[in-house]
Design a protein around this ligand. Structure first.
Ligand code: SF4
Ligand code: SF4
Length: 287
């Protein structure tokens, strides 16, 4: 199990060094919210801010979500768990940020918990990785020897459904959506401004939380995330009505991995699957 206090101390130590030396003007990390179970994303901008940094098992937010909030900062340091680091890799591949403008403070972590349920977060809702895939400084010992489970194992029941049953399942789930957009807000890959659903010219879909507009919002968002979702599970955890968005994202990610031989955000040198073309690529995508 991760020694969260040790990670917090190491995070503070590195943040202090980086801010004191003026190597970066901002360190993206976590601070205490209204209680320990609800930490918040935090931008430390001075040595005095460093004391406010925390890290514990509830620090689930994908910090890559906030990387584009600081367009004037020449360089940014960011605390990155496994999923956050995968999101950073995708953002670098998509040229939203340059690798040389980041100091990635990698956090190996197991035993992360969902504050809503107090359940351990594992490969049922996420990619189930423990170590960051890309970092400059690792803030703890690399985690080894954990049982590895396919992130797609959770799809078994869903894949057993025929097309009609899947349609009925998603219609039932998406009808519950209240269009709060917390899923979009939590997602490091949802950075379009404005989002298609907020546009009025053209108006892509009804903005009221009703069936056809909900379907349009979600199917378009699912489509926009194909080959880009890094399986952090934050959209599902953010959803106030418990829609299992991860099932759709995982299903698409699994098909992408089967067709193109790579999962999103695992290696900097990979090209995003939907902007790359190889003669040997599967034609399944056209069917
Ligand atoms: S779609 Fe959900 S699981 Fe995928 S990157 Fe966005 S927040 Fe994470
Ligand atoms: S977080 Fe849940 S309720 Fe809110 S827009 Fe997303 S799916 Fe709908």
């Amino acid at each position: 199990m991760t020694d969260f206090k040790q990670i917090e101390n190491n995070l503070k130590k590195e943040a202090k060094k980086l801010l004191e030396s003026a190597e970066v003007p901002v360190v993206l990390a976590y601070t205490r919210g209204y209680d320990e179970k609800h930490p918040m994303p935090f931008a430390a901008k001075s040595v005095a801010d460093v004391e406010k940094i925390v890290f514990n098992e509830y620090c689930n937010f994908n910090m890559a979500r906030y990387i584009m909030r600081f367009p004037d900062a020449a360089k940014i340091a960011i605390a990155a768990k496994a999923a956050d680091s995968r999101a950073l890799v995708v953002l670098i591949q998509e040229e939203k940020v340059r690798r040389e403008d980041l100091v990635i403070l990698g956090i190996p972590a197991s035993g992360m918990k969902d504050p809503k349920t107090d359940q351990l977060i594992d490969s049922r809702t996420t990619g189930g990785l423990y170590n960051p895939v890309e970092y400059d400084i690792l803030l703890g010992e690399e985690i080894r020897g954990q049982k590895t489970v396919s992130p797609y194992a959770v799809l078994a029941d869903y894949e057993a459904m025929d097309k009609e049953a899947r349609w009925a399942f998603w219609k039932g789930q998406l009808d519950k959506c209240i269009r709060c957009y917390a899923c979009r807000k939590a997602c490091p890959m949802c950075y379009c401004d404005p989002c298609f659903i907020d546009q009025n010219k053209p108006r892509w879909a009804d903005k009221a939380p009703q069936s056809p507009g909900n379907m349009m919002y979600h199917l378009t968002r699912f489509h926009h995330l194909a080959g880009r979702c890094i399986d952090c599970g934050e959209c599902s955890r953010a959803c106030p009505v418990g829609i299992p968005l991860y099932l759709f994202h995982k299903k698409v990610a699994k098909e992408c991995e089967e067709m193109f031989g790579q999962a999103a955000g695992m290696k900097l040198e990979d090209k995003p699957v939907l902007v790359d073309f190889r003669v040997e690529d599967s034609d399944q995508i056209l069917k």
